[in-house]
Ligand binder design. Structure first.
Ligand SMILES: [Fe+2]
Length: 231
């Protein structure tokens, strides 16, 4: 199923997400309810409702990423506009951004909120979230370009990322965009194990990783777009 009339759907998702549902769904008992959540999703009468439910579930589970998906959508849109994506491509890109960490709903909550750095085993578990997310979205028949963006948003331009160690342009465009915007928002947000850094410092860090972690052209587009809008 594809999202028809993306702009209206996106607005409705943003409104419902911000105003209604995110505080209503699941709290600490979440893990035991994952299966019933997924069962309920199959009865949702629209794709928008499914997405809102998924988003709310992720952020109820991981309070430190509250608002993260929305920020990643915002920064992704800046990059998308700078590289000349069409209006419908921008909508699709934002859906991918909203959903990029959806796989975290199946990860143990204790790992998501752990206040210290993860050990190797924990890190391996967390790194499963792109594959889990892409499987969930495939089951919901979300369009492939979104599923692929979710699956590959932790690939690195130099081929050392996960899950597939894709290299440079092997990585789907939307996944390369998400990699930049996701990292930028992570750097500029407080996390359990470190404090946020300011935007200018985050831009320097992103630029230093251009050509290693990130597509250099997308970094250029992002820095240009961000400076025009924020400085
Ligand atoms: Fe992620």
């Amino acid at each position: 199923m594809q999202l028809k009339n993306g702009k209206v759907a996106l607005k409705r998702i943003q409104f419902s997400y911000n105003h209604n549902i995110s505080t209503q769904i699941y709290s600490d008992s979440y893990d035991s309810n994952v299966k019933s959540l997924l069962r309920k999703l199959s009865f949702c009468n629209s794709i928008e409702t499914q997405i809102i439910t998924l988003l709310s579930a992720i952020e109820a589970k991981d309070p430190y990423t509250k608002g993260h998906s929305e920020s990643v959508a915002y920064y992704s849109k800046i990059i998308g506009m700078e590289i000349g994506l069409s209006s419908s491509e921008l909508d699709t890109l934002q859906f991918a951004a909203f959903l990029h960490d959806v796989g975290k709903i199946m990860i143990d909550r204790r790992l998501l909120i752990k206040p210290t750095l993860l050990n190797e085993t924990e890190s391996t578990i967390i790194k499963k979230h792109p594959e889990i997310g892409s499987r969930i979205l495939s089951n919901l028949q979300i369009e492939k370009v979104i599923v692929d963006a979710v699956l590959h948003h932790h690939e690195r331009w130099d081929g050392s990322g996960y899950p597939s160690r894709l290299f440079a342009y092997e990585i789907p465009l939307f996944a390369r965009i998400l990699a930049v915007s996701d990292t930028f928002d992570a750097l500029t947000s407080n996390r359990p194990y470190r404090e946020a850094i300011e935007m200018r410092k985050a831009i320097i860090e992103i630029s230093e990783n251009s050509g290693q972690q990130f597509d250099p052209d997308l970094v250029k587009a992002f820095v240009k777009g961000l400076k025009e809008r924020h400085f």
